[in-house]
Unconditional design. Structure first.
Length: 339
């Protein structure tokens, strides 16, 4: 299989750490040992020059040497036909394009593109940036959690991002269930079933891998993981992913897990996660109003109202997940309850 097909099949991809000497210079001996460990452990890919490798390698002139060293070891081990090599790229467009060019020159398959440096850019500006990098190497999108340098990327961004032809995969790592589901929905609603989904949520690795997320196009699974966590215990991680795949085939717990993902999406609309829960109480009121159990959505504080777009989001989830509502039960008993 080519690199893209291998990504789609689902892989364990460790985010490669950086080995340093006591003088904080590159420790090539231990750096090579780490790469050999991951390869022999059965990792299906390596992500180098990423957050776990430390973004500061750029400032110390180590970006190119570290990328080339990992490629050299993989090549010497004759693993390039089986291992997907992914290089991290960051910064404004000129820097990210330059790093993608370095990665291409070193023989890498794709770029994991972080958007943390473009904190104030609009979605259109972000998409233009991504297209410029995709012209150099195929993209693995990256939803990096804001706590470590990422930025919030909403449903609309991910739907537009999926329209970039050379997107091969997305690492979703906001450490937030609402934002995780937003990203999966955006990618799926764009009609791109060929974009592989990789969890980067170190706080919910197994939950991501075993949970089918409902979308308009059907259930979507995370295909694999690209994780700093898997820079340790890599051999066991390979075994874990194999067991997860077997469990999917048997259908064990899939229905309940999928319902759990639906409930999270439903809650995001009602509790107004998109606006930091500003409309959570009016959102609850709105559901009860529609069911005839409240006359309106007013709160004691007249500033507590539905947020812009929240009503439409509630429309969406009510239509998508009617099985989460008590509409029939309430309709059968409402008059008695109100008498």
């Amino acid at each position: 299989m080519d690199a893209r097909a291998r990504l789609s099949a689902g892989l364990v991809i460790p985010a490669h750490p950086l080995a340093l000497t006591a003088r904080r210079t590159l420790d090539e001996r231990h750096q090579r040992a780490l790469t050999r460990y991951y390869l022999d452990a059965g990792a299906g890919g390596l992500a180098v020059g990423v957050h776990t490798t430390q973004f500061a390698i750029r400032e110390h002139g180590l970006y190119r040497p570290v990328l080339e060293l990992a490629m050299e070891v993989a090549n010497a081990a004759r693993r390039l036909s089986r291992v997907v090599m992914i290089a991290g790229a960051i910064g404004p467009t000129r820097q990210a394009v330059s790093e993608a060019e370095i990665a291409r020159g070193a023989g890498y398959d794709a770029v994991l593109l972080s958007l943390g440096a473009l904190r104030d850019a609009s979605d259109d500006e972000l998409i233009a940036h991504c297209r410029a990098v995709a012209d150099v190497l195929p993209l693995v999108g990256f939803y990096l959690q804001p706590a470590v340098g990422g930025r919030v990327l909403g449903y609309d961004f991910w739907r537009a991002f999926a329209e970039i032809e050379r997107v091969w995969a997305v690492k979703i790592a906001p450490f937030d269930r609402y934002r995780t589901i937003d990203a999966v929905r955006g990618l799926s609603d764009a009609g791109r079933r060929d974009i592989a989904l990789y969890t980067g949520n170190d706080d919910s690795i197994v939950a991501d891998l075993v949970t089918p997320i409902p979308t308009r196009a059907g259930l979507r699974w995370f295909d694999g993981g690209l994780l700093g966590q898997w820079a340790t215990g890599t051999h066991r991680a390979v075994n874990l992913l194999e067991r997860v795949k077997r469990g999917r085939e048997s259908g064990a717990s899939a229905h309940l897990l999928s319902e759990g993902a639906a409930l999270t999406d439903f809650n995001a609309a009602i509790f107004d996660a998109a606006h930091s829960f500003a409309g959570c109480i009016p959102g609850i009121h709105e559901i009860l109003r529609r069911q005839g159990l409240l006359a309106g959505t007013l709160c004691l504080d007249d500033r507590e109202t539905l947020s812009r777009g929240q009503r439409e989001e509630i429309d969406r989830v009510c239509a998508a997940y009617p099985f989460l509502l008590d509409d029939d039960f309430i309709a059968a008993n409402r008059e008695r309850w109100l008498s």
